[in-house]
Ligand binder design. Sequence first.
Ligand SMILES: NC(=O)c1ccc[n+]([C@@H]2O[C@H](COP(=O)([O-])OP(=O)(O)OC[C@H]3O[C@@H](n4cnc5c(N)ncnc54)[C@H](OP(=O)(O)O)[C@@H]3O)[C@@H](O)[C@H]2O)c1
Length: 327
Amino acid sequence: MTYVAKENRYDTMNYNRCGKWGLKLPAVSLGLWHNFGDIDKLENGRQMLHRAFDLGITHFDLANNYGPPPGSAEENFGKIMKQDFSAYRDELIISSKAGYLMWPGPYGEWGSRKYLISSLDQSLKRMGLEYVDIFYSHRPDPDTPLEETMMALDQIVRSGKALYVGISNYPADMTKEASRILKELGTPCLIHQPKYSMFVRWVEDGLLDVLEEEGIGCIPFSPLAQGLLTDRYLKGIPEGSRATREVFLKKEHVDSAHDKIVKLNEIAQKRGQSLAQMALAWVLKDKRITSVLIGASSVKQIDDNVETLKNIVFSDEELTLIEKILE
Ligand SMILES: NC(=O)c1ccc[n+]([C@@H]2O[C@H](COP(=O)([O-])OP(=O)(O)OC[C@H]3O[C@@H](n4cnc5c(N)ncnc54)[C@H](OP(=O)(O)O)[C@@H]3O)[C@@H](O)[C@H]2O)c1
């Protein structure tokens, strides 16, 4: 069946500017880190991308190493892109990244010009795209001068392989310096992708201030703490959930978060929201946040998460109660 996007797809989604820049992202974006690899069902991934786009989610986030195996999420996305989304390319913001281990030898990870440029070439091939909209340095490299990494990003934009560049996982001071270098080069930093949720709050310690000063957008990843901040683990570890894979999310994480999740869920219920919706709203309440970058394993989760946008306002009392639980 040929996919035809819903006509009303732009009616309810909110779109926020990346910092001071012209590009707008949907308040909820979809990441393909999990559930799009060769170990997953392609048809499920296809259905999720359809629903996401039908709900106004115009931004899909990838990286060279997503899978497993590494590279397979980009390949699978490429198949779906070709079959269902080629008519919509100009309505989509597709991002990829390089920074983590992708191939053996000294040029297969970190932040050298050699690695970043060859990795993006590989990503474009896997996805069957001529360019990505945003290309990220996935993590700071302690051994490569920041100038080299930023010059590679600048070259990537000038060569037409990306429209914008971003950085991910960079601490506040390095972000400021990266922003200075990129501005000088004439390819300003569009956006930062940090880990941020009720459970992981390092960005509040300086990074968000730097982003605001520099006019850079912010798209937090794992805003649901990989599923901990949802109803998924309220009653143990269900079959098929991420924690059963014991790789990125482990039983010990579920056990140690359990009491907090139960209490947070009570507040969510009083707000008339699911815990996932409250967790996303909590991140989105800060005006410096451009979009929350969620993952999903089903169409239903995407529906649930987009519903968040009906209420992202908190009373002072609710915020105080939440802080008490998170202490
Ligand atoms: N830049 C980086 O270094 C970096 C690192 C990590 C991730 N990312 C990006 O961020 C994206 C999101 O990361 P993430 O997948 O960890 O995000 P997340 O949104 O915190 O977690 C997603 C998981 O939560 C569960 N979930 C989602 N919605 C739910 C709902 N409504 N009810 C119940 N459970 C729900 C699902 O778990 P189940 O699968 O168990 O159903 C889903 O796979 C990635 O795809 C990637 O694009 C970037």
